[in-house]
Design a protein around this ligand. Structure first.
Ligand SMILES: [Cu+2]
Length: 569
């Protein structure tokens, strides 16, 4: 943390932005928590329930109403909870006067389910989002991603949790149920209270729309009654631009157990952690050492930030109210992660982040601003690449990639990673004047995806590129993970209408078998479930496909094998 503070300080010394002192002369004092409001939890989305986008009035500050833009008259939006291996489907109804999408942040979904600006749902229209959930259990979220409207929609309340659970996670004995608490952290402007006015100034568009009032799950001055026991907190930074340095008011240590893409491979103790917009982290915290009647507060601690970043904020007060036990434990071990080897890269891409003079398109990637009709990078399917993010600006840029979970390799050449960098990521904070090396491999879908800054003012200003993931036609018989399973050629082949796929597992595990077309689009999942080690087979019977070549995929954990088969009618 000291190193990062130093980097920020040194960049401040050399920065060219001279207007900052005036802009922040009206800094607002953060109000100290009083009695406060009990922490709220959004309702859970029920099976068959639609997600309806509209404006609504909700009570954020007691006794007042706040006009929101969001889903199902709820801020935050309904919490979605799904089991890994299931198919998720929801009808989205846009009943508002602006176009909108649902982007499933961190989820690996087909292009047309990704909720990109180019696929916006127009006012009065509906769209069914439907995709198989095959990725690791973890804390993901959703938000609008409409062209030039993302920042406004998210600020006005359009965001919610998407939690993926699986059986594997249960074996680690983590706290569950009432002791597994999702926390969505956002900041709002007190000057407009109780409204969520989205009216950024030119300087706000430059630096990000930074509020001075933190809301946790939409609760101002939030408190939460806890037991003297271990809790799991799933923390989402859903703010437009604010970076938080999370820590407790007494500097107590806590344990980091997960990053954006689910559980880490180790439990890491720390006393503070940075979390930038779009990032998630999961922590374990034990209230056992406190006495009933004590309070401790989750804060964003001060750091030397740009402009109004780095201000002390009291996020959530925990009042120790009882001594029930969650029964959860901090595990000694977490599931292993296969770390990519930088020696295996097939190429390097550099994304240079720049900031011009004020005006439209002042935030750029490789000199470009977003054009939804232009493809900026063509990325090979199933090839490991090194992606370098070079931040030539004085501001933070949390860089988010759709359609993939990646790994951080180094910061300014330093490969000893902070705990929130080590693990599966979909968003990585690139600090001022920093170069972050990442290792990226697209193994799930081909098609057009996005690479963008998750400072939502920057994103809406055009700090976003289209990346085209190439077709997986060249992946026949490629074997990214020969260790745990084998996939045989189907028989008969060509076939009509049925064929048998044999496969062998050397360890038991959760298996998904899917059919893709040559464009990499998943057609159907034909099996998903737990399988013992040994030889297995499944009969695939075609129902409606045209004659042609298809790909069948065997997926176990984070790895997949694919082979081609031919349907001849
Ligand atoms: Cu940015």
């Amino acid at each position: 943390m000291k190193r990062r503070d130093f980097i920020i300080k040194s960049s401040l010394a050399g920065m060219a932005l001279v207007a900052i002192p005036n802009i922040y002369s009206q800094d607002r004092i953060i109000t100290k928590l009083q009695a406060g409001n009990p922490l709220r939890f959004p309702p859970e989305l029920q099976p068959g329930e639609s997600l309806i986008f509209n404006s609504a009035e909700v009570e954020v500050w007691p006794g007042t109403t706040t006009q929101i833009l969001g889903l199902n008259n709820s801020y935050p939006g309904p919490t979605i909870r799904v089991q890994k291996g299931s198919d998720f489907s929801v009808l989205f109804e846009n009943q508002y006067t602006e176009e909108a999408t649902i982007h499933w942040h961190g989820l690996l979904v087909p292009e047309l389910m990704d909720g990109q600006p180019k696929d916006a749902v127009q006012p009065g229209n509906n769209y069914t989002y439907s995709f198989p959930v095959f990725q690791r259990a973890g804390t993901y979220f959703y938000h609008s991603h409409a062209h030039h409207l993302t920042a406004k929609h998210v600020y006005m309340g359009y965001a919610g949790f998407f939690i993926v659970e699986d059986e594997e996670e249960l074996q680690y004995g983590l706290p569950t149920g009432a002791y597994d608490i999702p926390l969505l952290i956002q900041d709002r402007h007190s000057v407009y209270q109780p409204q969520f006015n989205y009216s950024p100034s030119m300087m706000d568009r430059m630096l990000g729309y930074l509020g001075d009032v933190p809301l946790v799950n939409g609760t101002p001055e939030a408190f939460f009654d806890v037991q003297k026991t271990l809790y799991r907190f799933r923390i989402v930074n859903g703010s437009n631009a604010r970076v938080y340095k999370l820590g407790f008011s007494d500097n107590s240590p806590f344990h980091i157990i997960a990053t954006d893409g689910g559980l880490k491979d180790e439990v890491v103790p720390t006393s503070s952690v940075f979390l930038s917009p779009g990032e998630r982290i999961e922590i374990l915290f034990d209230f056992a050492p406190y006495n009933i009647g004590n309070s401790i507060t989750l804060q964003s601690q001060t750091f030397s930030g740009i402009g109004n970043q780095g201000t002390l904020m009291e996020l959530l007060r925990f009042d120790i109210a009882g001594d029930l036990s969650s029964g959860g434990t901090a595990p000694q071990e977490l599931p292993p992660i296969d770390y990519y080897d930088i020696n295996d890269i097939s190429g390097t891409r550099t994304f240079t982040l720049s900031q011009g003079i004020m005006g439209t398109g002042m935030h750029r990637i490789n000199g470009l601003t977003y054009d939804m009709n232009r493809i900026d990078e063509v990325i090979p399917f199933n090839k490991l690449e090194e992606w370098k993010f070079v931040n030539n600006t004085n501001n933070y840029h949390p860089m988010h990639v759709h359609g993939v979970l990646f790994q951080v390799y180094s910061r300014n050449g330093n490969t000893i990673l902070a705990p929130n960098d080590k693990g599966w990521k979909d968003t990585v904070l690139v600090n001022p004047n920093e170069t972050v090396q990442t290792l990226v491999k697209f193994i799930d879908y081909s098609g057009t995806y996005l690479l963008h800054c998750h400072n939502l003012e920057h994103e809406d200003d055009g700090m976003m590129l289209n990346i085209e993931i190439d077709n997986p036609t060249n992946i026949e018989n490629e074997d990214p993970s020969p260790n745990n399973f084998e996939l045989s050629q189907n028989y008969p082949n060509p076939f009509n209408p049925s064929t048998t796929i044999n496969y062998k597992l050397t360890i038991a595990g959760f298996v998904t078998i899917s059919i893709f077309n040559l464009l990499g689009r998943k057609i159907e999942t034909i099996f998903t479930g737990h399988k013992s080690s040994g030889q297995h087979s499944i009969v695939y019977t075609n129902k409606s496909l045209a004659s042609g070549t298809y790909i069948y995929e065997l997926r176990m954990n984070d790895r997949a094998l694919r082979k081609k088969m031919t349907l001849l009618k």
